[in-house]
Ligand binder design. Sequence first.
Ligand SMILES: C[C@@]1(CC(=O)O)c2cc3[nH]c(cc4nc(cc5[nH]c(cc(n2)[C@H]1CCC(=O)O)[C@@](C)(CC(=O)O)[C@@H]5CCC(=O)O)C(CC(=O)O)=C4CCC(=O)O)c(CCC(=O)O)c3CC(=O)O
Ligand SMILES: NC(=O)C1=CN([C@@H]2O[C@H](COP(=O)(O)OP(=O)(O)OC[C@H]3O[C@@H](n4cnc5c(N)ncnc54)[C@H](O)[C@@H]3O)[C@@H](O)[C@H]2O)C=CC1
Length: 225
Amino acid sequence: MIVDLNVKGKRAIVIGGGTEGVRKVRGLLGQGCKIIVISNRVNRFLSDQAALGKIELVKAKLCDAKILDNYSDDNVFLVLAATNDRELNRMIVEKGRSMGAFVYAADDPEVSDFSYASIVNIEGVMQVAISTSGKSPIMARKVRIRAERVLRRIIKKADIENAKLQEFARQAARPRIKTVGERKEFLYSLIKDKRIQNLIKEDRIEDAKSATLELLQKWERKSTK
Ligand SMILES: C[C@@]1(CC(=O)O)c2cc3[nH]c(cc4nc(cc5[nH]c(cc(n2)[C@H]1CCC(=O)O)[C@@](C)(CC(=O)O)[C@@H]5CCC(=O)O)C(CC(=O)O)=C4CCC(=O)O)c(CCC(=O)O)c3CC(=O)O
Ligand SMILES: NC(=O)C1=CN([C@@H]2O[C@H](COP(=O)(O)OP(=O)(O)OC[C@H]3O[C@@H](n4cnc5c(N)ncnc54)[C@H](O)[C@@H]3O)[C@@H](O)[C@H]2O)C=CC1
């Protein structure tokens, strides 16, 4: 089962700042969560991110997972163990779980609450995930690279802009059109609306939003009748 985690406003702790730890941090950056990285060795990327205030960096060599007690009041949502010490990763996972967090060990899918898929991410809006259900990360990667070429052709700029406009329209419509059925019809009508689609093609996004609000007003009148 592939799900998309919402980490906005939550806390994530990454332990181990090597290749995998950094990959995990990269995945979390820009998602609006507070990232704490604990590691005895610290590379340039991590110190730069800390200097920019993007992450909180704790330089410490751990023998066990007791350091997590420092965060027990912080409502930790995710604990990612990415050290190259299998025993330590296990201890971290157990501790994280006892704190009520979702846990992940980079070296042990069995004890992890979730795994990572190979992701094609288009403009931070559309994501396509490829997983081999734990069988072969290399094959997931290989197919992802192939899929990326095709998907970038199929998913056009207008699709991305339509997705963004739908987000705007859904928020605007929720308090103003009463039933789910009518809201659905309204949202579909935007995709078919020639004027809106032309504005999107011409990259006139603000005008497309205004046109959406005009249409919404008409629907609202119909809906309250
Ligand atoms: C189960 C899973 C859980 C998880 O960790 O998330 C997992 C586990 C492990 N990976 C290991 C190794 C490698 N992982 C990669 C690469 C990726 N691994 C990813 C996902 C997953 N890896 C999950 C299953 C996904 C699925 O089934 O499809 C990708 C797709 C996504 C991502 O991680 O972001 C990303 C490609 C991203 C991309 O490029 O698109 C490479 C290749 C390379 O680096 O070039 C190697 C070396 C080759 C090899 O070992 O196979 C090891 C052994 C470590 C060791 O031996 O010490 C374990 C632990 C174990 O299996 O026990
Ligand atoms: N999930 C995946 O796709 C993959 C998982 N792995 C697994 O991920 C793990 C980490 O691999 P890499 O990042 O390549 O290793 P690495 O050697 O680059 O990084 C390990 C990091 O852990 C830190 N660390 C180690 N012991 C520590 C301690 N006692 N206290 C604090 N920090 C400590 C080190 O300072 C270092 O920053 C390995 O167990 C490996 O098997 C590796 C490749 C892919």
